[in-house]
Design a protein around this ligand. Structure first.
Ligand code: NDP
Length: 575
């Protein structure tokens, strides 16, 4: 995804340099306010904070006896990672598949995130997986949360994934038993399950986190996190908020979608902003029936293939670009990026009538330093008389009293406080006490840096596959990446079964090759350090090169996977 700015050659370079300087100042200001980096947040939602983790969508979990049985494939988590991979396993004849899920249904992100306005920013034709297989054409360019959740449920039904699924259940321990070559799984429901293959499909942004704010537990109004929306309190259409004063902390992608709805519904809305999001045009539209008519069978797979390879390069332009120095390439990219961000600024000026509010809503950082947002209702919300932006100028809310948040000596008394403060990032596979062949917990194995092949396999953890973790490629369209991983995992399992093997483990030298690939492609630019803090750059913290995403490009990630799969015996140990 590139910036769509157009560099104006008539502008002197000093114009761009001055803006870059402002970007750096905005970043430095924020880093000074929160030197504690990622530890400014907590996802240990226990004690006084335990209520922020409670599932509001499930009545008390139904009682059931502990399960003590064996399945062939067990998924930790029931979101898209599990659904996509399970579909591929079914196609390969795997019958015994169990999803173990903390929530009350499949769907993952789309089970939890039911805040008003929840929708996906990636076109539905690309984001919704298995459209060819399901025979579905999404009705609009962008799919809304309930439609995506229903699609997840439809996949689970179509591939009979509800049969063995277990909900309201959290896995506590996953231990490899060398003698039986099976994984032993313990849960918070007293289960002792056995599985031949385990797939960690517990999501990239699945654990809600809260900003650690002094006095937050003293707040006497109602409060919840965006991913645990309390419709009993707000009403299904937010109708209960008409006499309520509401505050929301955070202005990331979740908040941006909820705020316009809250603005319409609440008596008064305060938005507590630390760093603005960049808001681009959404332009949602119904799917053109004639376009549907034109699509050949397998249209989504073809579309994904096109997206993977991009447009065929123009050889003349390629040669011209190759001759340009690295510095000049970076300069051009940055100028282009700045033009894009200035277009975002102009859009704010055109829509938001109060100048001070418009200025406060302007993001001062490069495109993609933070998750870009696409919304046509968010900015006009600030023209409403009942909506006030409380811009904390990079500092954030640092104090909450019994009545509400406090900023610069002003208390904002609230009936309802909503935390739109995001999620733990990519802790996939790391927080379920996974012990491999040597008895080592996987965090210990990663103590000196992550070690994987494709972010999926780690030597010493046979028959274990991790999805959506680090050392994998990053894709704005996450489901494409997950589908690519799911196809790979299903194929590895098939080859293990077809070969009559009990276990498959990546060879250490192949794992080492991939670790070096990840290292080689990270840290080539100073971009992470240049960006304003956020979860994309570990809140400005230093991190080892290998403890992040693979930056060699998605097509290359995909091709590497294909080529390793072609020679599985060279890269894996089978038992
Ligand atoms: P984010 O982590 O993106 O946002 C958290 C927000 O909380 C930031 O604005 C952050 O400010 C703010 N914040 C944290 N602490 C404080 C504080 N003390 N005072 C004031 N503000 C504070 O979480 P989201 O849930 O919004 O989004 C997470 C991700 O989920 C997205 O990036 C996206 O990948 C995905 N998503 C996708 C959607 C889509 O497709 N449309 C919709 C929703 C989510 P600061 O920026 O300064 O850190």
């Amino acid at each position: 995804m590139g910036a769509a700015g157009t560099v104006d050659e008539a502008k002197p370079q000093s114009y761009y340099d001055d803006i870059k300087q402002k970007f750096a100042e905005a970043r430095d200001l924020r880093l000074r306010y929160r030197p504690e980096g990622t530890s400014q947040y907590t996802s240990e939602l226990t004690g006084a904070l335990a209520r922020y983790a409670i599932d509001p969508y499930a009545a008390d979990a139904p009682a059931r006896d502990p399960i003590k049985d064996e399945v062939e494939v067990l998924f930790i988590g029931g979101g898209f990672s599990a659904l996509l991979t399970a579909a591929r396993l079914r196609e390969r004849g795997v019958e015994s598949i169990r999803i173990v899920e903390r929530g009350g249904d499949v769907g993952g992100t789309w089970y939890w995130n039911r805040y008003p306005g929840a929708a996906c920013d990636v076109p539905s034709y690309d984001y919704l997986p298995l459209l060819d297989e399901m025979g579905v054409f999404p009705p609009r360019l962008y799919a809304k949360g309930p439609e995506i959740f229903a699609h997840c449920q439809a996949i689970a039904r179509r591939y009979s994934l509800y049969d063995l699924a277990v909900f309201h259940t959290t896995i506590l321990e996953t231990t490899w038993d060398k003698a039986s070559k099976r994984w032993k799984i313990k849960t918070d429901r007293g289960d002792e399950m056995t599985a031949k293959f385990v797939i960690c499909a517990n999501g990239t942004l699945s654990k809600p986190k809260l900003s650690k704010i002094a006095g937050m537990e003293t707040f006497q109004g109602h409060s919840f996190h965006t991913s645990r929306w309390d419709y009993d309190y707000t009403g299904e259409d937010l109708e209960n908020l008409s006499d309520k004063v509401v505050g929301i902390i955070g202005t990331g992608a979740s908040a941006v979608q909820a705020i316009s709805r809250l603005g319409k519904a609440a008596k008064q809305l305060y938005v507590f902003q630390r760093t603005p999001s960049g808001i681009d045009i959404r332009g949602d539209r119904p799917t053109d029936p004639e376009w549907i008519e034109r699509q050949p069978p397998g249209w989504q797979a073809l579309r994904r293939e096109r997206n993977l390879r991009g447009r065929a390069p123009n050889p003349e332009k390629q040669a011209e670009y190759a001759a340009v120095s690295r510095e000049e390439k970076i300069r051009r990219q940055e100028n282009d990026n700045i033009e894009h961000m200035m277009r975002i600024h102009r859009r704010i000026e055109e829509i938001v009538t109060d100048k001070a509010t418009a200025d406060a809503l302007k993001p001062w950082y490069m495109f993609m330093c933070k998750r870009p947002c696409f919304d046509d209702d968010y900015l006009p919300t600030y023209n409403r008389p009942n909506v006030r932006l409380v811009d904390t100028k990079g500092k954030g809310i640092t104090e909450i009293g019994p009545q509400g948040p406090v900023f610069e000596g002003e208390t904002f008394p609230l009936d309802l406080l909503i935390y739109a403060t995001g999620f733990e990032v990519q802790k996939t596979g790391i927080y379920n006490q996974i012990r491999g062949a040597t008895g080592k917990e996987i965090n210990e194995t990663y103590a000196d840096g992550m070690r994987t092949l494709f972010g999926i396999h780690t030597h010493g953890y046979p028959n274990l596959f991790v999805m959506g973790g680090y050392q994998a490629s990053f894709q704005f369209n996450l489901t494409f990446m997950l589908q690519c991983q799911g196809d790979h995992i299903a194929e590895c399992i098939k080859m293990t079964r077809d070969g009559g093997h009990e276990a498959v483990d990546v060879k250490p030298e192949t794992e080492e090759w991939w670790v070096q690939e990840v290292i080689a492609h990270r840290g080539k630019t100073s971009r992470n350090a240049d960006c304003t803090p956020g979860y994309y750059n570990f809140e400005g913290e230093f991190n080892r090169r290998q403890d992040g995403t693979y930056n060699g490009g998605f097509a290359q990630y995909y091709d590497h996977m294909q080529s390793i799969r072609g020679k599985l015996a060279d890269h894996f140990l089978f038992e």
